[in-house]
Ligand binder design. Structure first.
Ligand code: APR
Length: 308
């Protein structure tokens, strides 16, 4: 039996996620969107691309949630993207209604699915999806940490001229400007990042990482990043379907870890068939903990604004 992944929202991020996933040949794919014909057209185009790379994946596009029935994973990336001058939080009211509907409908057809949430503000949207679907917390995970960490890795690679494969970066916290790039734990082939770069260059990389999403929004002007978010989801989906027990940063529901409770927040998670199998707790120093608490306050304030 082939696995099945449904992607709700066939815009830039949804369609690019389908593209990366199809290349991995790990599941049949369904794209759902409200725009008539668009998910069908993108699905057919992708289906027609696959003979060239020899991948046997069925790709379906639909305007109806029925097509998602029996999904192992549901990716929710429907909703509005940022425009220049907007924060992710500015999207909350409009996107909450879209995510609510997507969660309500998909859980009906795929009661066993694991949910990966991308729609921003994603820590809040992951919380909403968990409440609406009423699934156990380990079955909902938000994508952000892999993306933010990959951005930081890319910036370090550009600075040092070292392979990205040697660069390990860890960005925790909410997916906003208060995210917490952990420079003490991040390393280049095992050498702490703080020993590889002068403090002012490291500070500049931290700042660019925090504002990484905004940098793309300002360049694109009409939307936000999609290649990097989409490959991050792909890595998460693959870890889940292959039961890899892969540890990556992701937004998980905290129940006391890092001294935080009742919010989705970016932490190292171990991903496998059950979704979030484990939350890994790093030993952080007081400055790192205080930065995490500051980031968590912002997420908690936004969750409080949700009408659940
Ligand atoms: N059901 C299904 N799809 C919907 C719905 C809905 N109720 N409402 C909107 N959509 C679709 C839109 O039609 C559009 O095709 O969601 C898609 C969003 O695609 P884009 O506008 O290209 O936005 P994208 O860049 O993919 O970002 C989507 O993901 O990463 C986050 O911040 C980003 O919140 C944003 C979301």
């Amino acid at each position: 039996m082939k696995n099945k992944i449904s992607i709700i929202g066939a815009g830039q991020t949804g369609a690019t996620t389908a593209h990366w996933l199809a290349e991995r040949e790990i599941a049949d794919l369904v794209l759902v969107d409200v725009v008539e014909g668009m998910p069908q057209g993108k699905a057919l185009d992708l289906q027609e691309a696959l003979p060239v790379i020899g991948k046997d994946v069925q790709v379906t596009g639909s305007n109806s949630y029925e097509a998602t029935a029996g999904s192992d994973i549901v990716v929710i990336t429907a909703g509005f993207a940022r425009k220049p001058g907007m924060s992710r939080d500015d999207l909350q009211a409009a996107n909450a209604e879209i995510v609510r509907k997507a969660a309500e409908e998909t859980i009906k057809y795929s009661p066993e699915a694991i949910f990966i949430i991308l729609t921003n503000p994603l820590d809040v949207m992951a919380h909403l999806a968990m409440k609406v679907t009423k699934v156990e917390p380990h079955r909902v995970v938000g994508q952000a940490g892999i993306l933010d960490s990959a951005r930081m890795r890319a910036f370090v690679a550009m600075e040092l001229g070292v392979s990205v494969e040697n660069i390990n970066c860890f960005v925790l916290g909410g997916h906003g400007d208060e995210m917490v790039p952990l420079t003490r734990i991040s390393n280049v082939a095992g050498v702490p990042l703080e020993d590889c770069l002068p403090p002012e260059r490291l500070a500049a990389i931290v700042e660019r990482t925090r504002k990484g999403g905004g940098e793309i929004v300002n360049l694109l002007k009409t939307g936000s990043a999609f290649y990097a978010p989409a490959i991050a989801v792909t890595q998460m989906a693959e870890a889940i379907l292959k039961d890899k027990h892969l540890i990556v940063p992701g937004a998980a529901y905290l129940q006391g870890q890092y001294g935080l409770k009742g919010i989705f927040f970016g932490v190292p998670v171990q991903l496998g068939q059950k979704g979030v199998e484990k939350i890994i707790e790093y030993k952080l120093n007081e400055a790192e903990m205080s930065a995490l608490r500051k980031s968590a306050e912002g997420v908690a304030e936004n969750i409080a604004k949700l009408k659940i």
